[in-house]
Design a protein around this ligand. Sequence first.
Ligand SMILES: *[C@@H]1O[C@H](CO)[C@@H](O)[C@H](O)[C@H]1NC(C)=O
Ligand SMILES: *[C@@H]1O[C@H](CO)[C@@H](O)[C@H](O)[C@H]1NC(C)=O
Ligand SMILES: *[C@@H]1O[C@H](CO)[C@@H](O)[C@H](O)[C@H]1NC(C)=O
Ligand SMILES: *[C@@H]1O[C@H](CO)[C@@H](O)[C@H](O)[C@H]1NC(C)=O
Ligand SMILES: *[C@@H]1O[C@H](CO)[C@@H](O)[C@H](O)[C@H]1NC(C)=O
Ligand SMILES: *[C@@H]1O[C@H](CO)[C@@H](O)[C@H](O)[C@H]1NC(C)=O
Ligand SMILES: *[C@@H]1O[C@H](CO)[C@@H](O)[C@H](O)[C@H]1NC(C)=O
Ligand SMILES: *[C@@H]1O[C@H](CO)[C@@H](O)[C@H](O)[C@H]1NC(C)=O
Length: 483
Amino acid sequence: MPPTHESFFSYNVSRPYPYRWFTPAAVLGAVTFAALFSLLNFAANGYDLVVQTSTNPNSTMSSAGWLGRWPSYLTDKVRPTCQAATVSVGSQVFTNQTALTYTLTAIWQPSEGTNITVFSSMSYFNNVLENCTVTAIEINLEALDRTASQFGFSEWGAVVQSYILCGFYTPSGLIQFNLTQAYDYIPATISWSHLYTFLGSNFLERDKSTRASLWWGESALSNYYVYLTRMMQDIRVNATSSGEPGIRKGTIYITPGNNTARDIKSLQFFNLDYRFIVDLGYGNFEVLAPGEDPTVSKLDYGRVYPNVWIIADSLAKSAYSTVLTDLGQIAAKPNLLTNDDDLEYFSRNFSAIQRHRANADPGPETVQYDTAKSGTGPLGTTPSVISMGYICQVPRLKSTGNLLVSILVADLVFLQAIWQLFKLVTDTYLFRSRPESNQCKAGGADVELDKVDGVMSSRLDLESTSSDALVSTNKRVKGNSFF
Ligand SMILES: *[C@@H]1O[C@H](CO)[C@@H](O)[C@H](O)[C@H]1NC(C)=O
Ligand SMILES: *[C@@H]1O[C@H](CO)[C@@H](O)[C@H](O)[C@H]1NC(C)=O
Ligand SMILES: *[C@@H]1O[C@H](CO)[C@@H](O)[C@H](O)[C@H]1NC(C)=O
Ligand SMILES: *[C@@H]1O[C@H](CO)[C@@H](O)[C@H](O)[C@H]1NC(C)=O
Ligand SMILES: *[C@@H]1O[C@H](CO)[C@@H](O)[C@H](O)[C@H]1NC(C)=O
Ligand SMILES: *[C@@H]1O[C@H](CO)[C@@H](O)[C@H](O)[C@H]1NC(C)=O
Ligand SMILES: *[C@@H]1O[C@H](CO)[C@@H](O)[C@H](O)[C@H]1NC(C)=O
Ligand SMILES: *[C@@H]1O[C@H](CO)[C@@H](O)[C@H](O)[C@H]1NC(C)=O
C-alpha cells in the first residue's frame, strides 16, 4: 500500500528498554528530582523582594528563617538586606530607650597620633553605643527673659545642657561623636493647658516597669528643676523686698571631678564654676563670680550668694545619671539611678519639694524611692542604640498562582534536562553492552537506526518491509514523549 502522504515532519520509532530497573528508577528519579527541584526553585524563585523600613535591621536581616539555611549562592537574591542610615551633624537623635533627645554636634575618627579625621555625617547601622561620658553640664538660669507663659509656670527657668562624648565600633574602626542634650522642664513650647499638672516634657516615652531607672531619672530631673527655680525665686524676692537689686540670669558650669570621688553622693563628685548677673538697673549690672578654686561644699559652707549650690549639684547629678542611663552606659560609672541607696538619698527631698514649688508640678514620681519602689520595676539599663529607620529589602512569598507557574516552569526545564541525561547514559550503556540493540529487527532483516544527537530516530522504509513486519513494528512504535 503506497503512502498517501509524506509530511515534512517525522516520528521516531522507539523500543522499551530491556532493563527491569529502568521503570522504577525513572519513576523514583522523577519523583525525587521533582521534589528536589521544587524545593530549590521555591528557595530561588518563590520570593519577591519588597522594600520595608525597619527599626532593627539586625533582626530583620537574621529573620530569613529557613531561607537562611540554604547556600547563599542560591538564595542571596532573596535574603533580607538593609542599608545603613546616614546621620549628619546637627541632627536630632534619640536612643531605643526613647527618653531624651540629643543633638549631634561633631563626628570624627581618631587616626594615628593626635590627628583626627572630621566627618559631616556618619554611616550608622544600629551600632551599640560605647564608652559614652558626660564631659560637662551647664545650667543656664533665666527669669524675666523667658516667655510670659514660661514665667507663668515658674518665675525662673533653667536649661540643663549636657555635653557628651560617645562612640561606636564599625568594621573600619572607631567612630566618635559629640552630643549635647538640653533639658528644660518648662520649654517655650509647653502649652498653658498644663498649668498645675505634670508636664511630661523632654522625655519621649516612659515605662515605670521596664525602664524604672529612667522613670526615676525623669522624676529626679523635674523635681530638682522645680526646686532650683523656686529657690531662685525666693532668693530674688528676698533681695528685692529688702531693696537690694535682684539676679537677672546666671550660669553654673559643672564638670566631673577627678576620678578619686567615686561616690555620687559626695560633694567632691563635680567641680563647678559660675557667673550670676545682678541687674542694678539703668543698664548697669554686676557679675558674681567664684573666688579661688570653688567647690560645692565650700560654697555651701560659706552660704555664698545665691545659695543654690547643693540643689544645682543634685540637678546636675540627675542629668548626668539620666543621660548615662539613656545611653546605656552604667558599667564602671557612678550613677544614682542604678543604686537603691543613692536613689533613696536623692529622692528623700521629693515630698518637701512637692510642698514648695511654683506652678509646674514635677513628676512622674513625687515621693521618695523607698515609698514608691514597689510600684516600679528593677533599676538598671540595657545597651543603647540610636533609633533610626532603616530601608530594608525583605523577601515576600509570591502569590499562589505566580508561585505555581514559576516553580512548574522551572521544574519542567530541570526535569527534562535530567531525563535526557538519564536516557543518554542508559543508551550509551545499552549500545555498548548489546551492540545489536541499535538495530531494528524488521522482517528478518536488521535495519540500522541512525543515531541523531543522542536521540534514537529510525528511518524505516515502510515500503520495503513486509506487511507482517509493518504490523509488528507498528505495535512497537510509541509516541516518543519524555514523561
Ligand atoms: C536597645 O537595643 C539594644 C541592642 O539591640 C538592646 O540590647 C536593648 O535591649 C534595646 N533596649 C531597649 C530598651 O529596647
Ligand atoms: C598629623 O598631621 C600633621 C599635619 O597635617 C602631619 O604633619 C603629621 O604627620 C600627622 N601625624 C600623624 C601621626 O599622622
Ligand atoms: C547590627 O549589625 C551591625 C553590622 O553587622 C553591627 O555592627 C551592629 O553592632 C549590630 N547591632 C546590634 C545591636 O547587634
Ligand atoms: C572604651 O573603653 C575601653 C577601656 O577603657 C577601651 O579599650 C575602648 O577602646 C573604649 N572604646 C571607645 C569606643 O572609646
Ligand atoms: C567633643 O567634645 C569634647 C568635650 O566637650 C571637646 O573637647 C572636643 O573638642 C569635641 N570634639 C569636636 C570635634 O568638636
Ligand atoms: C529669705 O529671707 C528670710 C528672712 O531673712 C530667710 O529666713 C530665708 O531663709 C530667706 N530665703 C532664702 C531663699 O534665702
Ligand atoms: C583629686 O581629688 C582629690 C580629693 O578631692 C585631691 O586630693 C586631688 O588633688 C585631686 N587631683 C587632681 C588631679 O585634681
Ligand atoms: C535635702 O534637703 C535637706 C534640707 O533642706 C538638705 O540639707 C539636703 O542637702 C537635701 N538633699 C539633696 C540631695 O538635695
